[in-house]
Design a protein around this ligand. Structure first.
Ligand code: MN
Length: 384
């Protein structure tokens, strides 16, 4: 994700839930006065300034709802599946509480899909002006012309329909993750290659690398970018999440953007190995900002920073899943399994690699000012 303007201080949160209740709609929720003020948008929110979307003001939700993704059970209000379609930083350009009264709110969003300036304008009886909100709940959501809008139009691609937490579509969530269930069945078919054995935090050391004398290429190796961040092991999935630094320290409560995504993955017993980074506008890790972020410990500061300066967890290995120990599998097999379950966008990202051509990758890396390249034997088991 590109850099998010604004610091953690004063930063606010937004989430857009796609919600298949009586009718499909998208709930836009903006943090105003300590709650999530919500509008139900019957058509998918757009990055095209020509699309004006009806947005019907609905009831407020508590701030914790930014992490919500689940099927709301039958018999409850709003019963049906709800995915976190987008979320991130909400930056009002005027006092939004006043804007609610005046019938116009100008703001910027920095999520994984919606980016740049938007306006919510009250319509209907009473039109604009103080107390205009009475008599009608109808507003319009309009994208303003700006660089993110131009970039969206130039790319000519629709916004992805998947959750930024789990990578599931709303239909997949409703169906209990059929793609992921097939994936688990394939794991079970591996039998003793992936023995039934849980991997507990603290029971192993993360696998480390050594500095090579010189760059090289080899068909027996694959090469990944070296990220300038913090090594992190994540345990969980299917409603659970625990994080560990390499030192064994527990930073679980410091990265709610990561834990909410790990919890949303519909596979229990995941053990993920990777590096957390904060990416700048060019996609380069910014270690200084990450080090600042890692110092935060007050819950309110952490929650806001998770939206204003979200970390990306670049996952490059899969050690366990669904009660199976995968460490004996060759690295390339673990990575192919991993690639299939990580979301296409959001705080979790697959740590991609190229095969064989280590020197070529290193040349590109140096040219882009990145940190380096890590070579790994394709056939290697995981040895901590
Ligand atoms: Mn709804």
């Amino acid at each position: 994700m590109a850099s998010s303007p604004g610091t953690s201080r004063g930063a606010r949160m937004f989430v857009v839930h796609q919600h298949d209740a009586t009718r499909m709609h998208w709930d836009l929720r903006l943090e105003i006065d300590g709650v999530l003020c919500s509008w139900a948008v019957p058509k998918e929110p757009s990055m095209d300034p020509d699309d004006k979307r009806l947005a019907v003001k609905v009831e407020n939700h508590p701030l914790e709802y930014v992490h919500f993704e689940a099927v709301i059970p039958e018999g409850n209000y709003g019963a049906g599946p709800m995915i976190a379609w987008d979320r991130g930083l909400f930056r009002p350009l005027i006092d939004p509480a006043q804007g609610l009264l005046d019938g116009e709110i100008k703001f910027e969003l920095y999520g994984y899909k919606l980016r740049g300036a938007f306006t919510l304008v009250h319509t209907g009886r009473g039109k604009r002006g103080r107390q205009s909100g009475r008599g009608s709940d109808h507003w319009l959501l309009i994208k303003k012309r700006d660089e993110p809008a131009e970039a969206y139009l130039a790319a000519g691609q629709p916004l992805p329909g998947t959750s930024v937490l789990s990578g599931l579509t709303i239909d997949e969530l409703a169906a209990g993750g059929p793609r992921h269930r097939r994936w688990i069945a394939e794991l079970e078919a591996l039998g003793e290659l992936a023995p039934a054995r849980a991997i507990a935090p603290g029971s192993f050391e993360p696998m480390l690398c050594h500095t090579a004398e010189a760059p090289f290429s080899s068909d027996d190796w694959l090469f990944e970018l070296k990220y300038d961040g913090f090594r992190m092991i994540a345990f969980g999935g299917a409603g659970a999440a625990t994080l560990r630094y390499r030192s064994g320290q527990d930073p679980t409560h410091r990265y709610p953007e990561v834990t909410s995504a790990v919890r949303a993955l519909p596979i229990p017993g995941l053990v993920l190995d990777g590096e957390i980074v904060i990416l700048d506008g060019e996609g380069k890790p910014d270690f200084t900002r990450l080090a600042e972020r890692a110092q935060l410990h007050k819950t309110s500061e952490v929650q806001r920073a998770a939206m204003a300066a979200p970390v990306t967890y670049v996952v490059f290995d899969l050690l366990g899943a669904a009660g199976r120990d995968l460490r004996g599998l060759p690295l390339y097999a673990r990575k192919e399994l991993l690639r299939r379950i990580l979301p296409g966008l959001g705080p979790l990202r697959f740590g991609d690699h190229i095969e064989g051509r280590g020197e070529a990758l290193l040349e590109q890396v140096v040219a882009r000012g990145l940190e380096g390249v890590v070579g790994k034997r394709k056939a290697a088991p995981y040895r901590g």
